[in-house]
Design a binder for this molecule. Sequence first.
Ligand SMILES: NC(=O)c1ccc[n+]([C@@H]2O[C@H](COP(=O)([O-])OP(=O)(O)OC[C@H]3O[C@@H](n4cnc5c(N)ncnc54)[C@H](O)[C@@H]3O)[C@@H](O)[C@H]2O)c1
Length: 267
Amino acid sequence: MSRRLEGQIAIVTGSSSGNGRAIAVALAREGATILCSDIRPTALAGGYETDREVPTHEAIVNAGGKAAYQQADASKAVDVEALVSRAVALYGRLDIMVNNAGVFTAVHTILEETEEQYDFTMNVNAKGVWLGCKYAIGQMMKQTPRADGTRGRIINIASIGGLVGLALEPAYCASKGAVVNLTRQLAVDFSPHRINVNAICPGFLATAMVRPFLEDKTFNETLHALTPYPRLGTPEDVAKSAVFLASDDAEWIAGSMLTLDGAFTAR
Ligand SMILES: NC(=O)c1ccc[n+]([C@@H]2O[C@H](COP(=O)([O-])OP(=O)(O)OC[C@H]3O[C@@H](n4cnc5c(N)ncnc54)[C@H](O)[C@@H]3O)[C@@H](O)[C@H]2O)c1
């Protein structure tokens, strides 16, 4: 069977852990060449990866795929611009941009949340996606379109926290709401140029970000009770959706939020 992303060039931000790592590995398995990018080369200590000490690009290369790594803080314009330039310098173009890097500080109401926590969350989650879109779309507009006329795919990792209010997550929900509506706005401006901008809105998944809650009995039971499907999500669930949105099968999907939450938001 032919691979769905053969010959395409992708950047994944926050690729060292959790969702970003699973997305990078899955895109590579479908034939894409991946420029992995993160603020640290190896997975976060709290993650569920069994090969945490192996950087994602090395795991991809060890499995027979093509990948490189560039350190980049997704919230810094100079880093993101350099990241896109590196993809072009290494591989000549950019077909797929996955804006995945994100942070979560703590559960609290707005009364306890500090200005520093708000600024940090908005900088990485909202501004980081804005920067990733800005520089990736700039490159996609400059380069020769693919043979089918399409110019590129942008996949933003938002959250159900961008669609509904999640208890005790004020800045996080504000940041993901920004990602959701930026995704729609960019789809309006760039669909005419055949650049697809979409977002994935996952529910609760087993990654380092959520581990403290999964290990807390009360939180764990609450998350399961709020999720009608009998299990919570995994980074691999997110990765499969990212492969789909990057593939030709999703050509007419633009400005969409792919909700991936075991029916959490269907209630
Ligand atoms: N885990 C969940 O339940 C869940 C649910 C919905 C959405 N998400 C979103 O998925 C994305 C990935 O989350 P995860 O659960 O894999 O998180 P994680 O904390 O397990 O991994 C995040 C990765 O991003 C990197 N990172 C952090 N700040 C960065 C920055 N400024 N620049 C570049 N890289 C940075 C980290 O080093 C880490 O490797 C985030 O946007 C998150 O909000 C997660």
